[in-house]
Design a protein around this ligand. Structure first.
Ligand code: TRP
Length: 342
């Protein structure tokens, strides 16, 4: 266990590999916004190096990175208060990632469920980058000595690996250099599921656009998607246990709760007994009310690309003030000639 006191520092990242969904907003960005402030330094990253572990069209990658940046700001991330940047512009991520490729073991990587899911049956044809993905993720976090990492449930295993890498590095070199990072896992309530299948996560890569609400959808589209969302024929229960085995009903209630900053139990106390025919228009109205200011601010920001690029460049510069010394110290610990002061 580490004895060193590390500055309370939050790091998290989102891949610019497609459009932003309501799932990204409620599951990640809204929580990132809440963590800004006095208790932590907050650092948020568009992980473009991670995105290219699977094929990305170059023009689409550029568009998605800028749109993600616009989304962060529109959702309430203040680029002065937080550090906001894209990963490729801070080379220390990839540099520490290489060191960690030499610390992590093949067996650790082979156990990663996201690797197994994403590589599928044809592992031989997956990129080497996809296999090393978790090691780069550990570098993202540890190059800041970040202590807290807000992520979804599906990233828990990667955070455990990050701890294993930090522990092995510290042991191998007899140092107390990397912190043992605390995961801040989102509760099930903020996990937004597909509108077509309550057992699947809402995803930008789902082939059906009706399965998700995109942050760029207009009011009519949002209302239509909610109206057509899969449900069951029963009325809403007035207590949580009435949502057991009703994943689609639970999802819509959770979305309503997250958008209105209430608990699911509070929402059910208000809407219990209503049919979906009545609840869905309420949800649609709430979603439009909360999301349209964000999507119009995103559109406004996207109208001034040079401003976005300036914000990202400034973010990268501030990030490097933290990462450059930590990489230099790491190189020194590892024994790279030229890294140290002697
Ligand atoms: N793997 C994360 C995801 O897909 C994205 C990510 C990359 C990340 N690096 C990170 C999240 C570092 C937290 C910290 O959601």
């Amino acid at each position: 266990m580490t004895e060193t006191q590390f500055t309370p520092r939050v790091f998290s990242g989102i891949q610019p590999s497609g459009g932003l969904t309501l799932g990204n907003y409620l599951g990640a960005m809204k929580r990132f916004v809440d963590m800004q402030g006095a208790d932590f330094e907050t650092i948020y990253c568009m992980v473009d190096l991670h995105a290219i572990t699977t094929w990305q069209d170059p023009a689409a990658l550029m568009h998605n990175t800028r749109e993600l940046c616009a989304g962060f700001i529109a959702a309430g991330i203040d680029p002065e208060q937080s550090i906001l940047f894209n990963q490729s512009q801070v080379p220390e991520h990839a540099q520490l990632g290489w060191i960690f490729n030499c610390v992590a073991r093949m067996g650790w990587m082979q156990r990663m469920t996201q690797w197994k899911d994403k590589a599928g049956k044809n592992q031989q044809n997956a990129s080497l980058g996809l296999f090393a993905y978790p090691s780069l993720m550990a570098a993202d976090i540890l190059i800041y000595h970040a202590t807290h990492v807000p992520v979804g449930e599906d990233q828990k295993q990667h955070l455990e690996l990050t701890r294993d890498i930090a522990i092995k590095f510290n042991n191998d070199f007899g140092v107390d250099f990397f912190p043992i990072t605390e995961p801040v896992i989102e509760g099930a309530a903020t996990r937004v599921m597909s509108l077509r299948d309550g057992s699947k996560k809402m995803s930008k890569s789902d082939p059906s656009d009706m399965s998700r609400i995109n942050m760029t959808d207009d009011a009519d589209t949002i209302a239509k998607k909610i109206r057509k969302a899969k449900t069951d024929p029963d009325a809403l229960p007035s207590e949580l246990k009435g949502l057991d085995d009703r994943p689609e009903a639970r999802n819509l209630v959770n979305i309503y709760a997250a958008l209105s900053d209430k608990s699911a139990a509070q929402v059910l106390a208000e809407v219990g007994g209503k049919q979906f025919g009545e609840f869905k228009p309420m949800l649609a109205e709430l979603a439009v009310e909360k999301l349209s200011p964000i999507s119009s601010e995103m559109a406004r920001l996207m109208g001034d690309q040079s401003e976005i690029d300036r914000i990202l460049a400034r973010g990268a510069e501030r990030a490097r003030e933290i990462t450059a010394p930590i990489l230099r110290q790491t190189y020194e610990i590892v024994g790279m000639v030229g890294a140290g002061s002697d």
